[in-house]
Design a binder for this molecule. Sequence first.
Ligand SMILES: [Zn+2]
Length: 184
Amino acid sequence: MRIIKSILPLVLCLIVTACSANAKKSDVVINAQNSYMTEAINEALDGITNGHGGPFGCVIVKDGKIIGRGHNMVLANNDSTAHGEITAIRNAEKAIGSYDLSGCELYTTGEPCPMCLYAILWANIDKVYYGCTIEDNASIGFRDETFDNLAGGREALEDILICIDRDACLELFEVYNNMEHNLY
Ligand SMILES: [Zn+2]
C-alpha cells in the first residue's frame, strides 16, 4: 500500500503530462488582433502540427459565438475537398441543424479558394474575414491563384470578402513553410 501511495503522485503526474501534451498540440503562439482570427490560427496550428494538411484554419461565428470550426484535412482524410472552410461549414451546419448560415461570419487564415468561396456563397454566409491573400497562398506553394484565374475576378465580392490580420496569418504561413510538410 505504501508503495502504491508513493508512486501514485508520479503516476498522476505522468497522466497529467500525457493529457496536457495531447491537449496542447502546438507550442507556437500567434496572436492576431481579432480574437476570432486567433482562433482560426490556432485551428490551423493544430492541423499543421498533426500533419493534417496546409496552414488553413477557420471558425464560423453567429451572434458573437463560434458555432463551427475546422482546419484543412486534405492529407489526413485523403480528401481534396477537405479545406478548412469546407470543414468548418460542415461542422457549423451540423451544429445548428441547418444548411443556411445566414447571419454568420467566417474567419479564415487564407483567402478562400474558388471552391470554398462558392461553398460560402451557397451557405449564405454574410461576411468573410481572411488573413493571407490568394497571392500569399501561392507563395507557399498552393494553387489557389491558378484556379482563381479560371473563375474570373472577385472584385465584385468586396462587400463580403474582407482582409484582416494578414501579418499574424503570414506568421502562421512562415511556421508552416519552415516545417517539414507535404504539399498537395
Ligand atoms: Zn478552399
